[in-house]
Design a protein around this ligand. Structure first.
Ligand code: HEM
Length: 387
């Protein structure tokens, strides 16, 4: 997608798409839009056209469960939901996960070493964040295969999807996901423990602050956001390193750069390529006025490669880039990723251990991409290792 983003930035950085939505692709415009306090509630769009139809269908009988999560809510709901979850999702509780994350990474690397060859997505990039968020929430390992399939179908709602069959599929996945989550919540009510889900249930029971539907939606959001994104950080970062042997060598020489390398991977090949806002009032970008009620896509991945912000080396991978942390891969403003600290921790531990353990990590076949526009990463990443 990167040549296409470059074309957009060079020729039409504030684009009105023929389908009726707008696309912003410059760093400054993306940041300004996300900080301007517009809506994230797609039902507020008054555009009509294909984008409108998509959201009406998703609101239909299948009910897209994510619509009631904080990701799709404006104040005061957003403020209330976010503060409830951040209360139980504290920096201290995240930092305390490091030993568990290290053990999970090492177990994955052991399996890879024993096999000599492996699909890095299947062995490490997917199971690591998936297991961590499942354990944090306190979910039983049963149902995980089904949930994995459902969540992969559900996140297609984060992309421009217009075919009726695809929309029906998303709706069905949403409905099934809701049913499973309700069962899990019921089970957890009977078996409370020291985990995130029990804490959210306690918050719901403790007062009138979280409705039943909202509880389901927050759980699904945490579950989906907890693994459908970090998988791409680990897999895209590995691809970036294998394609830039000088950077891999530098990381091996200077492991203390790993934290910064993770920021650079997030910038260089962003796990979440875009997000969107509905303008609540006219919004001006580069002298062009976007009307109120417009559906605007903020292209995070393009902003992260914008030469006007990063300078002429924007397309290069440089794990020691000084301002790498200024990427917008976690968004900015009120919806800034709530799981950023967790994703950074998982990424740092995974790359520290992977690079140290396998000095001759290499590709062992073609990368197969997942075909997604937004949560873009490989579906399969065959690698060879020699322990
Ligand atoms: C929101 C990216 C990992 C939980 C977001 C948004 C982005 C994002 C771009 C904001 C969307 C917007 O402004 O419209 C990422 C990336 C990740 C990652 C790139 C991994 C590399 C995680 C993890 C969790 C998580 C591990 C939790 C376990 C959330 C939640 C929100 C969110 C709850 C909603 C915040 C709100 O609406 O206030 N993430 N995320 N994310 N993320 Fe993440």
């Amino acid at each position: 997608p990167y040549p296409a983003y470059r074309m957009l930035r060079e020729h039409d950085p504030v684009q009105e798409h023929p389908f009726g939505f707008w696309i912003l692709s410059d760093h400054a415009d993306v940041v300004a839009l996300l900080r301007a306090g517009h809506s994230v509630d797609a039902r507020r769009t008054s555009l009509g056209g294909a984008a409108q139809e998509q959201y009406e269908l998703l609101e239909g009988d299948g009910f897209n469960v994510l619509n009631r999560s904080m990701l799709d809510r404006d104040p005061p709901d957003h403020t209330r939901l976010r503060s409830l979850v951040s209360r139980v999702f504290t920096p201290r509780s995240i930092a305390a996960l490091e030993p568990e994350i290290t053990a999970l990474v090492d177990a994955a690397l052991d399996r890879m070493a024993a096999a000599g060859r492996a699909d890095l997505v299947e062995e490490l990039a997917f199971p690591l964040p998936f297991t961590v968020i499942s354990n944090m929430l306190g979910l039983p390992p049963t149902d995980q295969v089904r949930i994995r399939d459902l969540s992969g179908r559900l996140v297609r709602s984060l992309e421009p999807v217009f075919e009726p069959e695809a929309l029906t599929d998303i709706s069905q996945a949403g409905a099934e996901m809701t049913a499973i989550t309700r069962e899990l919540i019921g089970w957890k009510r009977a078996n409370p423990a020291d985990d995130l889900l029990s804490a959210l249930i306690a918050a719901e029971d403790g007062g009138d602050r979280l409705s039943d539907d909202e509880l389901v939606a927050q759980v699904v959001l945490l579950y989906v956001a907890g693994h459908e994104t970090t998988v791409n950080l680990i897999a895209n970062g590995t691809i970036a390193l294998l394609r830039h042997p000088d950077q891999l060598a530098l990381l091996r020489e200077r492991p203390e750069l790993t934290g910064n390398a993770v920021e650079e991977f997030l910038r260089y090949d962003s796990p979440v390529q875009q997000t969107r806002r509905i303008t609540l009032k006219p919004h001006v970008a580069q002298g062009r006025e976007i009307p109120a009620g417009a559906f605007v896509i903020a292209c995070l991945a393009s902003a992260n490669r914008d030469e006007k912000f990063w300078g002429p080396g924007a397309d290069a991978l440089r794990i020691d880039r000084e301002n790498a942390r200024q990427h917008v891969a976690f968004s900015v403003g009120p919806h800034h990723c709530l799981g950023a600290a967790l994703a950074r921790l998982e990424g740092r531990v995974a790359f520290e251990r992977l690079v140290r353990r396998f000095p001759d990590l290499s590709f062992a076949g073609d990368v197969e991409w997942n075909g997604r526009i937004n949560l873009r990463g490989p579906a399969r990443l065959p690698v060879a290792v020699r322990a």
